[in-house]
Design a protein. Structure first.
Length: 115
């Protein structure tokens, strides 16, 4: 009698220092620049994010910080809840589905996927 084993593996979560820096969010409403930092925001269980005000038209609540996730980058609210997940596409971008369409997170302004 043979056995069939399935090995469970988890996705590797990126280190904050590896993704810190300037990123751009592009959506149907335009684009904005964000700076992901490595400064902890303990109250939000996240890292500080500079420029989050430009996301106010896209998200239902203010962004208090960002954090790496096994499958992308999450933006968190002050209540520690995930407001949006930019799911890793494997090409250097993250995609999120928002109320008004898809938003793309990329290191390059206007050129998703190119670093």
């Amino acid at each position: 009698m043979g056995t069939n084993r399935t090995q469970l593996t988890s996705l590797r979560m990126v280190e904050p220092a590896d993704v810190a820096g300037t990123w751009y969010v592009m959506s149907s409403g335009g684009h904005c620049a964000l700076t992901l930092t490595t400064t902890r925001v303990e109250a939000a269980n996240a890292y500080a994010l500079v420029g989050a005000g430009c996301l106010s038209d896209l998200l239902p609540s203010p962004v208090a910080g960002w954090r790496p996730a096994p499958d992308g980058i999450e933006l968190a609210g002050a209540d520690r809840r995930t407001l949006v997940l930019f799911a890793d596409q494997g090409d250097g971008t993250g995609h999120a589905t928002l109320a008004d369409g898809t938003a793309i997170l990329s290191r390059s302004e206007g050129s998703p996927g190119k670093e």
